[in-house]
Write a protein that binds this ligand. Sequence first.
Ligand code: PEP
Length: 258
Amino acid sequence: MSRRGLVAGNWKMNGLTGAADTLVGGILKGLEQRKGKNICEVLVCPPFTAIQAVGKKIAGSAVKLGGQNMSEHKPGAHTGEITGQMLTDIGCTYVILGHSERRSMYGEDSQLVARKMVAAYRDGLTPIVCIGETLQERESGKTLDVIRDQVSAIFPNLPADEAKRQQLVLAYEPVWAIGTGKTATPEQAQEVHAFIRKMLVDQLGNDTASKVRILYGGSVKPDNAAIIFSKPDVDGGLIGGAALKAEDFLGIIDGFQG
Ligand code: PEP
């Protein structure tokens, strides 16, 4: 595979500074033990309040730092929001956008997610754009239509710069698999990932499409990671619950070892 695998931990609204310190300490220790092994890129996305402390702890390591959300707006009167620049200022290089919890609980639609993506690129961040169908949509045979709509919304908003387009990360997260213990089968994941890859080829051409990474998210655990990651269009994972335990997160990272 020409794409480097990426395992990203979305800590969601979990972790006071002490717990965040313990968690990232455990991840760093485990990675140290794996030194010299061919492991994937590793990203942690702590809650905003812990980003800076976690950033200090991972300084000098290969672990990358990301935010879980950001505003579409430039600095100004937006109480409670943060800009992408604020994330880069404290060492973030990635930002998760359009997570299903943001879409379902905070009314984020694909147009807003696309505008946030523009702002993320502008502020020097690599966007991880989440997409995925609900159980009802899957059961009524609408999975690929939903994915088509969600992915199509971002194309007109991608930067013209080829290198930036190639940085884009998409995360296919079936809503019914997030935090439920129900995982898509490797075949279900591959079917949707291949569909997304084809859309990328049609819209952006072979070269760019072959570089964009598509992560799978939804109840990935150490015991199912390797089989899901073995699928040709699955380039890594966006991990929720299992990212909160260093041992589990490391077990998922091990799913990428050759
Ligand atoms: C997520 O929230 O992005 C996620 C995939 O959660 P979980 O791994 O807990 O299903």
